[in-house]
Design a protein around this ligand. Structure first.
Ligand code: ACM
Length: 554
């Protein structure tokens, strides 16, 4: 009989067998997780909060309680905050307790889950937010839904978790210039980012193909610059889909989105890409252009345009400052992205204002950089100074390293990893988003024909999930420079991505794999575990929440 029971126990699925040893599917995986015995019941649980919790965290806890009440079908109440820490130390507390603990690292948290009490500790809002994400991941997946699930077991396994991110900057870029996406869709992106503990949303708001942000002082940017007459089909420059495309975000919509992101622990970093990638602005205000350039139209096709701002004119520089002034006021974060990538400099070679400016500034060509590249340095430095008066630090694409770059700028490494390695070695802070690993517009399979049409034309440029997951952000960074690597970002450019469904398909599930590159120490990464978690847990959650995603390879 005993043998039969043992056999049955061995044949049962892991989750039904040994609760003590079955680690829940938590992604990104926590730094330390130790399973103990038993379960903590959450149905109708009473919640106590430390009086040191701020109002924003208390509101977060109350929202969590409301959600548990809804899905569990039994009221979960939050008691008035009290001085909790000492009672918890004395072991006299039952239920779910939230305690502020200044000794915990930024964004980190501790969870001690016993049969009678679950204690959550963190030092800041994001720490509590992430602790709650982890708790949700340990509950039945109907916790993500909005209707009661009275059949589910509302409990979490007893365990001890100590967790904190490896990198402080964990980002996703969304290009809303090439294609316009609704605020509702962006909120969906923010939601899924926050589930996987990402904290920076880099919002690419201006492009040759569309200007997306309301600027009071320059209304034509959105009257004219936000719309293109048509879009080419794939790469055929002579084709047209026959549809006007565009849109822009009002300041009220942006304020709402910023608050929505903040509630999810996410800072939005705006990008106004300059001095290239500005054709939509030139179509709106042709006087910003170089001599002999134009006529301008919001571009219906892809690629790098030769048309560029005339930065030799003071009025153009004032335009940039005015725009950045209004944009900076909308975004409370410390960073402002000024772009700087793929700036075409040919028009500057013949434009009299630009050449006069080069002369005035004494810029020369040498073996390090051309005079025109140094003119771009002047733009970068001037915007850096201007934005500093608004309390902002600049980030720019790795081209800003060419020539001279002032101290205090942060470099976003996109043309592979070289730029990031060089910038960190020179003492600049760096965000790694190398195209070879982190470009989410690249094909997800080396079998290009099996995937929807996208930017990738060579199989070796595919960013498959294992390739992305295998990326080690500190590889080849000298040890003494590693502290300059602030983190990692996945970039979703949208030349060929025109619908919400396709956007989500390209984002997911790679975003989930990326979250481990951003959060986990290398020794905690395990691709087999990720695949299992996706299959068993994360993809069912995405289904429940109505996300589109690419199915896993079989
Ligand atoms: C970029 O992909 N041009 C930053």
């Amino acid at each position: 009989m005993k043998r039969i029971l043992l056999l049955i126990a061995l044949l049962l699925p892991a989750s039904g067998r040994a609760a003590k040893t079955t680690a829940p599917d938590i992604m990104p995986a926590p730094q330390k997780l130790e399973m103990t015995k038993g379960w903590f019941k959450m149905k109708g649980v009473s919640i106590n909060c430390d009086s040191a919790l701020d109002a924003k965290t208390l509101s977060l806890v109350r929202q969590f309680a409301d959600r548990l009440t809804l899905v569990g079908g039994k009221t979960v109440s939050v008691a008035s905050p009290i001085g909790l820490a000492r009672s918890v130390e004395a072991g006299g507390i039952k239920g779910l307790c939230f305690i502020k603990d200044a000794s915990i690292a930024p964004e980190g948290y501790k969870l001690n889950i016993g049969k009678k009490a679950m204690v959550v500790r963190a030092s800041d809002y994001n720490g509590f937010f992430y602790a709650l994400q982890t708790i949700r991941q340990m509950l039945p997946i109907s916790v993500y839904g909005t209707s009661p699930d009275l059949k589910a077991k509302w409990r979490v396994p007893c365990c001890d978790i100590e967790d904190a991110p490896r990198f402080g900057y964990r980002g996703i870029l969304l290009d809303c210039g090439r294609h316009f996406f609704s605020i509702d869709e962006i909120k969906k992106v923010l939601d899924v980012m926050s589930m996987y503990k990402m904290n920076r949303f880099h919002w690419h708001l201006t492009e040759d193909q569309g200007w997306r942000i309301e600027i009071d002082k320059y209304p034509k940017l959105t009257e004219i610059g936000a719309f293109r007459e048509y879009t080419i089909i794939k790469r055929d420059i002579n084709s047209s889909d026959g549809k006007r495309h565009g849109g822009y975000y009002t300041k009220d919509q942006i304020r709402d989105l910023v608050a929505y992101a903040q509630a999810r622990g996410i800072t939005i970093i705006p990008e106004v890409d300059m001095p290239g990638h500005m054709v939509a602005a030139l179509a709106s205000y042709p006087e910003l252009g170089c001599a002999g350039s134009g006529p301008y139209k919001v571009l219906p096709y892809w690629g790098v345009s030769k048309q560029v701002l005339n930065v030799g004119k003071e009025s153009t520089m004032r335009f940039l400052e005015d725009v950045c002034d209004e944009v900076a006021d909308l975004f409370p974060g410390e960073y402002f992205n000024i772009g700087g990538d793929e700036c075409p400099r040919d028009e500057w070679k013949t434009d009299p204002d630009c050449q006069a400016k080069i002369k005035e500034l004494g810029l020369v060509s040498d073996d390090k950089a051309s005079a025109e590249a140094r003119l771009q340095n002047y733009v970068t430095a001037r915007m850096q100074k201007f934005l500093a008066t608004k309390g902002k630090k600049i980030i720019g694409w790795d081209e800003i390293l060419e020539g001279e770059l002032a101290e205090g700028a942060t470099v976003m490494s996109w043309r592979g990893t070289k730029g990031g390695i060089k910038a960190a070695s020179m003492g600049y802070d760096v965000v790694m988003s190398p195209n070879i690993y982190c470009y989410l517009d690249h094909c997800q399979s080396t079998d290009l024909d099996s995937e929807p049409y996208c930017i990738t034309t060579k199989p070796e440029r595919a960013v498959t999930m294992p390739k992305l997951y295998g990326y080690e952000p500190l590889a080849d960074i000298p040890e003494e420079a590693q502290h300059h690597i602030l983190g990692v970002q996945g970039n979703l450019w949208t030349e060929f991505i025109g619908t919400d469904d396709y956007l989500e398909y390209m984002l997911l599930p790679r975003l989930i794999a990326l979250s481990e590159v951003q959060w986990c120490k290398p020794e905690n990464k395990n691709y087999e575990r990720v695949l299992q978690s996706l299959e068993n847990h994360e993809l069912p959650i995405l289904d429940l929440l109505g996300y589109n995603y690419r199915k896993l390879d079989k």
